[in-house]
Design a protein around this ligand. Structure first.
Ligand code: FAD
Length: 288
């Protein structure tokens, strides 16, 4: 099913999970372990699993293997991510035809961030809206794009960033998947701004269950994401106790999802960090 079909046909909120391919130099055991986590997550009937892409193509070989294995061994649909920095049009065409031949229906189209080892000069696309237009013209894929409830790090003008989001939707995007956020009010006003600008496609909140204090700090340093004061105080209190942080992460994300469900979101997209544990606990809490 396409993204459009998933979000318009389902009576319940659509569940999806993001994973990333283990690095080339990591063992096959990691692949198998990840497949095991996906088998666990399958019981929550996810519409698809989204698979990140190393900007510049660094994880591409693993991506194809992962897609095939997730489809054949786990029986889940995959939405691969794809970034357009450091690549040329002919490479993109080749990639699109390869994933379509694997039966893929959906793709998350991104600009990405230029990696330091990028050897391609003058790449063809500079922003994700150009990639969306290209994919729309050259494939039958349904396209998702990234959205930033607190604005993208490079853009200091929130409304300009929203207008740039609109460019992606006008170019043919069928759904917006957001960056993690911890303050639902930011998500609600992001949705309102999008609707005010005439962005009508589904906006799916990205949920990150906090797993470690250090990891969270690193992620926050690379994105424009604020922490509510109450959460910050609790994290500080538990920062030297990994088990308490994980417990807090699940409790916080459960409450966050409960409020988002009341708000009327059409889907929940979990950043799994390649583990089924926290998303399973959160989804069990939501069912319970
Ligand atoms: P764009 O939409 O192109 O925006 C980038 C910046 O340019 C913004 O500041 C925007 O305001 C501005 N802008 C956009 N269009 C224009 C225009 N036409 N003219 C002028 N300015 C413009 N990264 C990866 O490498 N691999 C992944 O798999 C991956 N998955 C992600 C999944 C999600 C859900 C999210 C939220 C992010 C993901 N990222 C991933 C990170 C993403 O690649 C970075 O945030 C990147 O910096 C921006 O990508 P984008 O597609 O949002 O870019």
């Amino acid at each position: 099913m396409t993204l459009k079909e998933h979000y318009s046909n389902s009576k319940k909120p659509v569940i999806s999970f993001e994973i990333f391919p283990p690095k080339d130099d990591e063992t096959k055991e990691k692949f198998q372990k990840l497949l095991g986590h996906l088998k666990t997550l399958k019981k929550y009937n996810p519409a698809f699993v989204s698979l990140t892409y190393g900007a510049g193509g660094s994880t591409q070989t693993n991506s194809f293997d992962m897609i095939k294995k997730i489809q054949s061994e786990v029986g889940l649909n995959v939405m691969p991510h794809f970034t357009c920095v450091c690549v040329r049009k002919n490479h993109i065409l080749e990639y699109l035809s390869q994933i379509e031949s694997l039966g893929i229906k959906n793709i998350l189209a991104l600009r990405g961030d230029v990696p330091c080892d990028c050897s391609v000069k003058n790449f063809d696309f500079h922003y994700a809206n150009e990639l969306v237009e290209f994919i729309k013209t050259h494939s039958n894929l349904s396209i998702g794009v990234a959205g930033y409830p607190e604005g993208h790090l490079e853009c200091d003008n929130f409304m300009l960033d929203m207008k740039n989001l609109k460019r992606k939707v006008e170019a043919g995007a069928d759904a917006v998947f957001t960056q993690m956020f911890f303050d639902n009010e930011k998500f609600y006003s992001f949705c309102q701004s999008a609707r005010d600008l005439g962005i009508e496609v589904p906006i799916i909140p990205g949920i990150l269950p906090i797993r470690s204090y250090g990891q969270l700090e690193k992620m926050l340093s690379m994105a424009r994401v604020s922490l509510p004061e109450k959460l910050r105080i609790k994290l500080e209190k538990f920062k030297d106790n990994p088990d308490d942080i994980k417990k807090l992460g699940v409790e916080f994300a459960t409450q966050q999802c409960q409020e988002l469900l009341k708000f009327g979101i059409c889907g929940l997209h979990f950043y799994t960090l390649n583990s089924s544990k926290a998303p399973s606990e959160i989804l069990d809490n939501l069912r319970g």
